[in-house]
Design a protein around this ligand. Structure first.
Ligand code: NAI
Ligand code: MG
Length: 491
């Protein structure tokens, strides 16, 4: 037993509380050997391909098209054609029917999608099943509801679709990010060329099946797979009217530079380094759950992850003790096991980035804690990690790690908490844990973050706008606000 265990007057938790394996079956997923691009409602044989793998086993899953400029050009032409010849003139109530259908089909096929998402991306099945899939469907339902009410959303402003939207998404929530992008675009009468991230193309490709099932007119949604070069070809193409990008701040900045002066509309949802601020009057056990959810959910591959914990000095010790104890109960391993809490790191590249930053944390003098944990031999894994003794200037307090790594800092007064929390180039989200409603409001007014969660974290709803300040980007997704980037209001 650890010291901590002995301090409690409750029955100690046994260390080896093991769970029997509870693997979700893969049989529901039918993979093809190779996938083309989905252009104009047809599968187009790609000129070049690459392998997509399972990050938990490194096994190859399928061959994927590496989109060329010509292929991007064909997709944009198909989107342009669909926009001009039907889709944009369709009454909103008709567009809504397609969105409702897509939402229903996603619900019906949610197990298949959840298994594929976990297989290709490494996230625990319980998250893809209980978070990614329900939320993706909810986004289509929600924006279906707006499709015939745009004039009421923007009274007297005569909203019109923008045209062809180029959408580039990351690998941390592949299907959910697709839903965030496609649902509002279609609701507003636009057509779409979407590029999934190179490591996680499979659910976007399965989604093309859903589009066919829903009988969406050809060319309204086109999916081109590939890496950054394919993304750049979409950004640079003169036939797109709007770019929506979610990904790294570095690429976001490059896209902004390239679009300057072109007249194309742009929204950027970039990185974050969120502060999760815990006051001494909070419900401590609840806060510990929120901290764990904030940084270990989806292996910390979350732009709004609560990666900087600010603990009020007066509760620093009990909080960190409880947190370490809780970490020991996290189950790391097979993403398809229903008991898994922390799955595989999405890619070798991302694992290398996490390792590099963790090494920097140790070198700079922070104290590392990792619970005892046996990792699978194959695949990409990282033990849930907590750093204490972290100074504001350390790289682990400044840079987005995008992994299961928490940096703990301290504060004494609310003013100091705000000052430290805002001392970052980012501003996507923040969390506040306190019993006092007035303090929540006081903090929320002062935190420079797009979303401030109070006594909870990582809570999403399609009705609520999401987006950043400063280097976390601009524009909002979700809610009524999420319609605006897909509309123009001239004349
Ligand atoms: P990334 O920004 O390179 O990739 C995101 C998407 O952009 C992918 O679809 C990629 O193919 C595409 N892309 C890459 N270069 C492009 C270009 N020049 N033009 C157009 N599209 C391009 O992110 P990456 O390299 O996967 O991850 C690096 C770091 O970025 C992570 O460690 C993390 O810190 C951060 N990140 C943040 C995300 C967020 O949700 N805010 C999502 C993914 C990564
Ligand atoms: Mg990159």
């Amino acid at each position: 037993m650890t010291d901590l265990d002995r301090k409690q007057d409750r029955a100690p938790v046994p260390k080896d509380w093991t769970y029997a394996p509870a693997p979700e079956s893969r049989d529901i997923v039918r993979l093809r050997e190779r996938y083309g691009h989905f252009i104009g409602g047809e599968w187009i044989e790609p000129a070049e391909t690459y392998q997509t793998i399972s990050p938990a086993t490194e096994e190859s899953l399928a061959l994927i098209g590496e989109g060329t400029e010509e292929e991007v050009d064909a997709a944009i032409a198909a989107a342009r054609d669909a926009f001009a010849n039907g889709w944009s003139a369709l009454p909103g109530s008709e567009r809504a029917k397609y969105l409702f259908r897509i939402a229903r089909i996603l619900q019906e096929r949610s197990r298949e999608f959840a298994v594929l998402e976990s297989l290709n991306g490494g996230k625990p099945i319980k998250e893809s099943r209980d978070v990614d899939l329900p939320l993706a469907a909810a986004h289509f339902f929600y924006y279906a509801g707006w499709a015939d009410k745009l004039e009421y959303a923007f009274p007297n402003r005569r909203p019109k679709p923008v045209g062809v939207a180029g959408q580039i998404i990351p690998w941390n929530f592949p299907l959910l990010m697709l839903a965030w992008k496609i649902a509002p675009a279609l609701a507003c009468g636009n057509t779409v060329v979407l590029k999934p991230a190179e490591t996680t193309p499979l659910t976007a490709l399965l989604f093309c099946d859903v589009l066919r099932q829903a009988e969406l007119p050809p060319g309204v949604v086109n999916i081109v797979t590939g890496d950054g070069r394919t993304g750049a070809a979409i950004v640079d193409h003169p036939g797109v009217d709007k770019i929506a990008f979610t990904g790294s701040t570095e690429v976001g900045k490059a896209i902004q530079r390239r679009l300057a002066g072109t007249g194309k509309k742009l929204t950027l949802e970039l990185g974050g380094k969120a502060a999760n601020i815990v006051f001494d009057d909070c419900a401590l056990d609840q806060a510990v759950e929120g901290i764990v959810n904030g940084i270990y959910f989806n292996q910390g591959h979350v732009c709004c992850a609560g990666s900087r914990l600010f603990a009020q000095e007066s509760i620093y010790e009990p909080l960190v003790d409880k947190l370490k104890r809780r970490l020991e109960t996290l189950r790391v391993g097979d993403p398809l096991d229903k008991n898994t809490d922390v799955g595989a790191i999405n890619s070798k590249m991302q694992l290398e980035r996490i390792v590099e930053l963790v090494e920097a944390g140790k070198d700079e003098g922070a104290e590392i804690y990792q619970p005892p944990c046996r990792l699978p031999e194959k695949g990409y894994w990282f033990v849930p990690t907590v750093f204490t003794n972290v100074a504001q200037s350390y790289r682990i307090a400044q840079e987005e790690i995008f992994g299961p790594v928490l940096s703990v800092l301290t504060f004494r007064t609310p003013e100091e908490a705000v000052e430290k929390a805002n001392n970052t180039p980012y501003g996507l989200s923040a969390g506040v844990w306190t019993e006092k409603g007035s303090r929540i409001l006081w903090m929320a007014q002062r935190l420079r973050a797009g979303v401030v969660w109070a006594n909870t974290f990582n809570r999403f709803d399609p009705t609520s706008p999401f987006g950043g300040y400063k280097e976390s980007g601009f524009g909002r997704e979700g809610g009524l606000h999420g319609l605006e980037p897909y509309l123009r209001f001239d004349e």
